[in-house]
Design a protein around this ligand. Structure first.
Ligand SMILES: *Cc1c(COP(=O)(O)O)cnc(C)c1O
Length: 339
């Protein structure tokens, strides 16, 4: 039994999801005639109470499109120093949009309204880039699946309004945050100008992300998605997986969260572990003691067919997901208890 805790992107479609994909009605989405894509876009826009949505092959392309529609070359965007849009999208903000990132030194990938206020308050003469966008990430990836406080986000929105800044949410794992905090998509739809969400992480679809915004944003996004090479044809087969995931795989994220906590409890007790970071959703980040190397620790578990990744600097990461079962959890806990 191979146990893959590398990421929540490793899942394969369930038989029911595959059946939904096989039965999808499709058309050419570049001509906007794929009924399943149209249905997915309308469904998620309604879910968030936002005007429109657009289907993307990846979360990276959805985020990069959002940056492109909110900025002009030479502008600057504010984000946390750990933000995916800055660290893990290949330098896309600079490459695609000619934008500089002003990094904020937050906690676990999250900054406060006060920190943003200080960042925005700098000089504003011709020497400095124009500020146009704030991007936040919920849950935070490098921050170990941490969830933002919605009240802080609302304060950030007020600052954005005051300073004429657009506000984008990288919501690759937003559904994990919603389920963990008992919040609704509409509460987020009200606050953000644009939101990206991934179907291919905890929701278990093989591919796909959506960008949400106003009709005007989405009209611009349609043009930019084409320019980025992301306009697709009979893509309803993939949208059908997303519809299935939204209908069946959101509430169950709670199970992933509780399994992540149980892994955390086992790790806490293990003599090779220095500390485990707080576990709010499906990501477990922990540090090992200095007497064992990352490679050796990972090899100990790989021998038992348990796989996960290193994030560098002694930090290791395990992520729970749809294909990580109760039986696997029991084995992981047993192995860790007996290291
Ligand atoms: C995974 C992820 C994305 C998008 O990734 P893709 O692999 O391009 O779909 C964006 N932001 C965060 C925080 C992520 O974890």
């Amino acid at each position: 039994m191979k146990i893959n805790l590398i990421s929540d992107t490793v899942t394969k479609p369930t038989p029911q999801m595959l059946e939904a994909m096989m039965n999808a009605k499709v058309g050419d989405d570049v001509f906007k005639t794929d009924p399943t894509v149209n249905h997915l876009q309308d469904k998620i826009a309604a879910l968030f109470g936002m005007e429109a949505a657009l289907f993307f092959p990846s979360g990276t392309m959805a985020n990069q499109t959002a940056i492109k529609i909110h900025t002009q070359p030479g502008d600057k965007l504010f984000c946390d120093k750990w933000a995916h849009v800055y660290n893990f999208e290949g330098g896309g903000a600079a490459f695609n949009s000619g934008v500089t990132c002003h990094l904020i030194d937050g906690e676990r990938g999250m900054f406060s309204a006060k920190q943003l206020e200080e960042a925005v308050a700098g000089r504003a003469d011709i020497h400095v880039p124009l500020s146009s966008l704030v991007a936040i990430e919920n849950t935070t990836n490098k921050g170990g699946g941490a969830c933002w406080d919605l009240n802080e986000i609302i304060k950030i929105k007020q600052l954005c309004t005051q300073h004429h800044l657009a506000l984008h949410l990288d919501g690759a794992r937003l559904f994990n945050a919603l389920v963990a905090k008992g919040e609704s998509p509409k509460q987020y739809g009200e606050v953000f100008d644009t939101i990206s969400v991934c179907l291919s992480k905890g929701l278990g679809a093989p591919i796909g992300s959506l960008l949400l915004g106003t009709k005007k944003h989405i009209a611009q996004a349609l043009r930019i998605r084409k320019l980025f090479g992301g306009a697709m044809r009979q893509v309803g087969y993939l949208a059908a997986a997303g519809i299935y995931a939204l209908d069946h795989h959101v509430e169950r994220l709670k199970i992933d969260h509780s399994r992540a906590r149980k892994i955390g409890e086992a790790l806490e007790k293990c003599h090779l572990i220095k500390n485990v970071e707080p576990i709010e959703t499906n990501i477990v980040i922990f540090n090992i003691v200095d007497t064992i190397s990352e490679e050796d620790f990972m090899a100990l578990l790989a021998k038992e067919n348990i796989h996960f990744i290193s994030m560098g600097q002694g930090k290791l990461r395990m992520v729970t997901h749809l294909d990580f079962t109760e039986e696997m959890l029991e084995k992981v806990a047993y192995i860790i208890n007996n290291l």
